[in-house]
Design a protein around this ligand. Structure first.
Ligand SMILES: Nc1ncnc2c1ncn2[C@@H]1O[C@H](COP(=O)(O)OP(=O)(O)O)[C@@H](O)[C@H]1O
Ligand SMILES: [Mg+2]
Length: 243
């Protein structure tokens, strides 16, 4: 059997709202979700806005507890890249400081070793050294997303969850970031769960794809199979809408 990085088995999860004295009402978002992420692959997760894609990411990361089923990690904790680097990068600090921070908190490295790792990662995401002294607001959207990716990778995870990482970017910049993600996957031997509402982006990047509708996986398979021979009515609908 192929090596797995993640197994999600019959997961049902959602949110409790309101209710301090009384028990809050429960909204179930994910219903009996089952899939695996295999070592080295880029697995896409597509579906319309509000379908539960980010809830699935949060459930994998343990920020939302499954009510049923289980999430099994075969690597150390995955790292996350978000859509909006404005909110995920602290505007008060320089890029050099932001990149070094996880190493200060979690690593047992000397200051020179931390600096060396920061420079190496900056180089991997193809940013010039001048960026180290810049603050996030001084960078372009594409550069900021490169910093987010570097921040996620600096602790050397084996598995990355990217939640709409290129959705806020122009198409040309999108293509550059997708190319970078592919290169990093190959060079650093990573696996990704790549979340997007954009089928064109998923087609460019992913090896396999999960199609989600209203919190359920309605179809999954290799990208060519899903795009060329969709089985589910909903997948056909999504493909037609993306034409
Ligand atoms: N923190 C939250 N509390 C309550 N409901 C939430 C919360 N986050 C998301 N939801 C609801 O869960 C559903 C799925 O949202 P989400 O996972 O963000 O979808 P997607 O990422 O596919 O757009 C939506 O109905 C949304 O309103
Ligand atoms: Mg989302």
């Amino acid at each position: 059997m192929e090596e797995l990085v993640l197994s999600v088995q019959h997961v049902t999860s959602g949110y409790y709202s309101g209710g301090f004295l009384r028990r809050g009402t429960y909204q179930e978002v994910l219903h009996d979700v089952t899939f695996e992420v295999r070592h080295g692959e880029i697995l896409g997760l597509v579906g319309e806005s509000g379908t539960g894609k980010s809830t699935l990411a949060k459930t994998i990361l343990g920020m939302v507890k499954p009510d049923k089923g289980q999430v099994i990690h075969y690597t150390k904790r995955p790292q996350m890249v978000f859509q909006d680097p404005y909110s995920s990068l602290n505007p008060a600090y320089t890029v050099g400081w932001i990149l070094e921070e996880p190493l200060r908190i979690f690593g047992k490295y000397s200051a020179p070793e931390r600096k060396r790792r920061v420079r190496e990662m900056l180089d991997r995401v193809e940013l010039p050294e001048e960026c180290l002294s810049a603050r996030p607001e001084e960078l372009s959207g594409g550069q900021r997303q490169r910093v987010s990716i570097a921040t996620a990778l600096i602790q050397r995870p084996r598995f990355l969850i990217a939640d709409e990482p290129v959705s806020a970017l122009d198409v040309t910049i999108q293509a550059q970031i997708l190319k970078l993600l592919k290169t990093l996957r190959n060079e650093l031997d990573l696996s990704y769960l790549f979340i997007s509402h954009d089928l064109n982006v998923v087609y460019q990047l992913c090896d396999r794809v999960l199609v989600m509708k209203s919190g359920r996986i309605v179809e999954q398979g290799p990208v060519e199979q899903i795009f060329d021979h969709p089985q589910a009515e909903y997948t056909r609908h999504l493909l037609a809408a993306a034409e």
